[in-house]
Ligand binder design. Structure first.
Ligand code: HPA
Length: 255
């Protein structure tokens, strides 16, 4: 059983992968480049969501190719990072959150593998419960404060939000805002792959923060926490290594 880490903004380096090597996978949507290594006796892949040089903006990420490639490689679990702004004062910059729900505000991104047949995929539990539990256990053991729930709203980007949008999203129940979590989580479920995200709050969202937002600030913030994130993910991978999948992700998706 293989696992993959999808590294978002600020997380470009798989670290600690034994025998890491480059891998190229051809998919119906184009080529995907990633790194293959080993961890706990199984394959562990690392995929930089925005490309190794962070050249691909959120609305242009080839989400379908990425998830398809991972499925081709036999990946059954995906751990994804996400840099997010916070709408919730209890989730302050620096907080790690194991997201449990999302709201989709993207527009015009190809968001499904099911373009030519009618399939309605269940997303009552969008993020794998077994993986979220493993993350919680690993975080506790490592003394990392990981909030166990949070609602992520995905905007189209690449611009940041207006304060009026953020106020509206807060009323809808969103805690965190980012630009890349959807459709990645949806495609993973459609493909029957378990998927969990740890969001790292890099800033208060527009209007919650008194200052203008900058991408540079987000990148710099993530640089500080990339190592912690990586250690947390590797500990979760180790925990899950001996556990067969006992969640609903495979049964609800797959083709
Ligand atoms: N908005 C959207 N995406 C983000 C933010 C934000 O405030 N911070 C980090 N990613």
């Amino acid at each position: 059983m293989g696992t993959a880490i999808i590294g978002g903004t600020g997380v470009y380096d798989p670290g600690a992968l034994e025998a890491a090597g480059e891998e190229r996978v051809d998919t119906p949507w184009g080529e995907v480049h990633l790194q293959r290594g080993r961890r706990a006796g199984a394959d562990l892949f690392f995929l930089a969501r925005h490309g190794a040089d962070h050249s691909v903006p959120p609305h242009r990420v080839n989400y379908r190719a990425n998830i398809w490639a991972l499925r081709e490689l036999g990946v059954e679990r995906i751990l994804a990072t996400a840099a997010v702004g916070s709408l919730n004062r209890e989730m302050e910059p620096g907080a790690f959150v194991a997201v449990d729900q999302f709201i989709d505000q993207t527009r015009g991104r190809p968001g499904t593998f099911f373009d030519d047949r009618v399939v309605h995929t269940d997303l009552s539990e969008p993020y794998c419960t077994q993986m979220r539990q493993a993350l919680a256990g690993a975080a506790q053991e490592m003394g990392i404060h990981l909030l166990s729930t949070g609602c992520y709203i995905c905007t189209e980007g690449p611009r940041f939000e207006t304060p009026a949008e953020i106020r509206a999203y807060r009323r809808w129940g969103a805690d965190l805002v980012g630009m890349t979590g959807v459709p990645e989580v949806v495609l993973a479920r459609e493909a029957g792959i378990c998927y969990a995200t740890v969001a790292q709050v890099t800033n208060y969202a527009a209007g919650v923060s008194p200052r203008p937002l900058s991408h540079q600030e987000v990148v710099e913030f993530m640089a500080h926490s990339a190592l912690t994130m990586r250690q947390l993910f590797l500990a979760a991978v180790d925990r899950l290594a001996g556990q067969p999948r006992d969640c609903c992700c495979a049964a609800l998706g797959g083709f």
